[in-house]
Design a protein around this ligand. Structure first.
Ligand code: MN
Ligand code: MN
Length: 366
């Protein structure tokens, strides 16, 4: 059963007639076609018992067909009303008073109101989001292959970033160097803005790369990600410039121990919260529990906001094909910040990381 058939089965089982897919990422997941049309409308309609269609900007129609999508593709011009045209296609299939399942996590209220206006007899109460999340939770071999390639480029980005580190250079300059190297190799898209943070600045886990300059005897934190064919990578490493103080070295070793313990323990059957606790216990026992201020990890695949969430309270058992980050961090304000992160996929008897850059503390002598 392919992905579209899975959705059709769900519609039938749940008393629904039509799934309206409006998240560009979901359309990519189902068809291979990706475009973020911004204010323009891109929508895929999947019928319980009829052929699906994609409706979008006319300027995208050929690109959609080029992906091999063999069902109808309808385009609209900027001056046309997309909602009226979508309703016309629905009416043409005698399904105007149907039950529609929508992506509630994504469909804007304004757009839902536009749909309600052109399809006044339809029911839009069913939520498709949980099904899509469930489908995306377990990655296929093909998806894992793409994640591995994205991971290889992340290793390249980290390596290039380390080589760019110099005392007196700003975080921005180091990020620019590694991004330029990626672009020259054809990697034009990043999962998120590259993060380079030196010294105490790394103690702000949601801070951004800045004009802060690398100084001798500091830790420098990298959190980098690339995109390969719609699939992302996400990895963090922290390195030493010169000889950082004892406290910095200590939190590095504790964070590493926590990361390795969790990666070692990640396998089918363990729950997400148990895995979080394994890493958290290491950090807590070393006296730094209060400085580990986020969950251990997040699901990832086409984005870094997928399931499973590796945190307290999530009793989901890990299964082969699940992909997520293992990223303990210790952030001591005004001192230093350390995060070590690999994303992994669960295998039959353990897990395998997508990135392989060494986690032994790396020293850069200046
Ligand atoms: Mn990260
Ligand atoms: Mn992450």
């Amino acid at each position: 059963m392919n992905k579209i058939e899975q959705i059709q089965r769900w519609l039938a089982d749940n008393g629904q007639d039509i799934a309206l897919i409006t998240d560009p990422k979901t359309i990519q997941y189902l068809t291979g076609f990706y475009s973020d049309p911004v204010e323009r409308v891109l929508l895929m309609a999947i019928f319980k018992d009829q052929e699906p269609f994609i409706f979008g900007p006319a300027l995208e129609s050929e690109a959609i067909k080029d992906t091999g999508f063999s069902s109808p593709v309808y385009g609209y011009l900027d001056h046309e009303d997309p909602w009226v045209m979508i309703a016309d296609q629905i009416h043409a299939r005698n399904t105007d008073d149907s039950h529609f399942a929508i992506e509630k996590s994504q469909l804007q209220v304004e757009r839902l109101e536009a749909l309600q206006q052109v399809l006044p007899n339809a029911d839009f109460s069913a939520n498709l989001t949980p099904l899509i999340e469930q489908m995306r939770l377990i990655k296929s071999a093909d998806e894992i292959e793409k994640l591995k390639i994205a991971g290889k480029w992340d290793d390249f980005a980290l390596q290039t970033g380390f080589e760019a580190v110099q005392v007196g250079k700003t975080e921005d300059q180091i990020a620019a160097d590694l991004q330029y190297a990626l672009m020259k190799n054809g990697i034009m898209e990043l999962s998120f803005p590259s993060l380079v943070q030196a010294g105490p600045h790394a103690a702000e886990p949601h801070g951004a790369t800045s004009e802060n300059k690398v100084q001798n005897n500091q830790l420098v934190l990298f959190d980098l990600g690339t995109v390969w064919d719609g699939y992302i990578s996400d990895a963090s490493r922290t390195i030493a410039v010169g000889k950082p103080d004892e406290k910095s070295m200590d939190i590095y070793q504790v964070c590493l121990e926590a990361q390795l313990a969790a990666q070692e323990a990640a396998k089918p059957g363990i729950t997400a919260e148990e895995l979080d606790k394994i890493a958290r216990d290491v950090i807590t026992k070393a006296g730094y529990g209060e400085y580990f201020i986020h969950r251990l990890g997040h699901g990832m695949g086409m984005s870094e906001h997928e399931f499973p969430s590796i945190m307290a309270g999530n009793k989901m058992e890990l299964q082969p094909g699940m992909c997520f980050s293992i990223e303990p961090g210790i952030y001591i304000p005004n001192v230093a910040g350390v995060r070590i992160e690999d994303c992994v996929h669960i295998t039959e008897d353990g897990c395998e990381p997508f990135t392989h850059t060494t986690k032994e503390l790396r020293y850069i002598e200046q």
